[in-house]
Design a protein around this ligand. Structure first.
Ligand code: NAD
Ligand code: UDP
Length: 313
């Protein structure tokens, strides 16, 4: 099949492109390199089944494809808050453009949505049936509400135009190729620990997250795409929940770092708890994460060490 991956030069997108090429597909990667990089897809660049197109998805694009994995959108709070108007345009206009493309060429389209659609959740763990608790005017809204509108657009194109859709709600995912300075907790803590710098815990560190290794997530994406007669939304994430303070301690222990934990102000609207209910993914896709947190973290530490994060560079 010919498969389009928007945001294919990003963290998750680059792993997905690799997987799809190795499964024998022809892959078109569309990216504007806002947070992605050619470095991420370097191993694929000489491959005849891989094509890279520099393009901003807020503008329409004409392509002939069978499937679309629609991932393009900055995912780290630091990046999506850098230009919030652009972030919401990417989610709304970008998703309209991709849905228009899917409609024209009758391609199946999968949206990479997010656990952020649940906002600061009052139901725990979060099942897909929960409608969420999102501040529509806060600093995270450009991302959260953008993704909520993207989900709405997916469902409306499906109901109104019969577009074949899949919606996945991705929970915190980590692994090699996270951008070193993208501000997310996994990359921040590992880079800080390797450099012997202070580990910056925001708030008192009692907020929780559940971290999924990228290869598990990619498997979930591929299974959702190939599951017949199933639109989702479906949660994809690892139910193993940890407080951020506990996570900081784990990273220090894993890296053998001398770093100290310091506390910094909690950004506004930072969700207090997050854990996916993955019952639907288990029963419908036969999917659940298999990579233990420690194993995933070790691979990620190795990746950042290889970039020179431990050498003070
Ligand atoms: P990322 O920032 O590494 O990748 C996003 C990619 O999209 C980058 O390559 C970027 O250059 C590209 N992009 C951004 N705006 C674009 C535009 N207007 N036109 C074309 N390309 C554009 O982030 P990621 O972690 O790989 O996330 C990928 C997707 O998964 C995003 O949609 C994100 O919302 C979703 N997601 C990720 C996580 C996570 O924990 N990583 C959690 C929930 C949802
Ligand atoms: N966080 C932190 N220190 C950092 C970066 C993040 O304590 O250096 C916290 C952040 O406040 C949040 C959690 O870690 O509670 C996860 O943050 P991240 O930006 O990785 O993802 P998100 O908040 O989008 O889940």
């Amino acid at each position: 099949m010919r498969v389009l991956v928007t945001g294919g030069a990003g963290f998750i997108g680059s792993h997905l492109c690799e997987r799809l090429v190795s499964d024998g597909h022809e892959v078109l990667c569309v990216d504007n390199f806002f947070t992605g990089s050619k470095q991420n897809i370097l191993p694929l660049l000489g491959n005849p089944r891989f094509e890279l197109i520099r393009h901003d998805i807020t503008e329409p694009i004409l392509l002939e494809v069978d499937q679309i994995y629609h991932l393009a959108c900055p995912a780290s709070p630091v990046h999506y808050q850098y230009n919030p108007v652009k972030t919401i345009k990417t989610s709304v206009m970008g998703t309209i453009n991709m849905l228009g493309l899917a409609k024209r060429v009758r391609a199946r389209i999968l949206l990479a949505s997010t656990s952020e659609v649940y906002g600061d959740p009052q139901v725990h763990p979060q099942p897909e049936t929960y409608w969420g608790n999102v501040n529509p005017i806060g600093i995270r809204s450009c991302y959260d509400e953008g993704k909520r509108v993207a989900e709405t657009l997916m469902m409306d194109y499906h109901r109104q135009n019969g577009v074949d859709i899949r919606i996945v709600r991705i929970f915190n995912t980590f692994g090699p190729r996270m951008a070193e300075h993208d501000g997310r907790v996994v990359s921040n803590f590992i880079v800080q620990a390797l450099k012997g710098e202070d580990i910056t815990v925001y708030g008192d560190g009692s907020q929780t997250r559940s971290f999924c290794y990228v290869s598990d997530l990619v498997e979930g994406l591929v299974r959702t795409m190939s599951c017949e007669g199933f639109t989702g939304p479906v949660n994809l994430g690892n139910p193993g929940e940890t407080t951020i303070l506990e996570f900081a301690r784990r990273i220090i222990a894993l890296t053998g770092s001398q770093s100290q934990i310091v506390f910094r102000p909690l950004p506004s609207d930072d969700p207090k708890q997050r854990q996916p209910d993955i019952t639907l993914a288990r029963t419908t896709l036969g999917w659940e994460p298999i990579v233990p947190l420690e194993t995933g973290l070790t691979k990620t530490v190795d990746y950042f060490s290889g970039l020179g994060a431990g050498s003070g560079s």
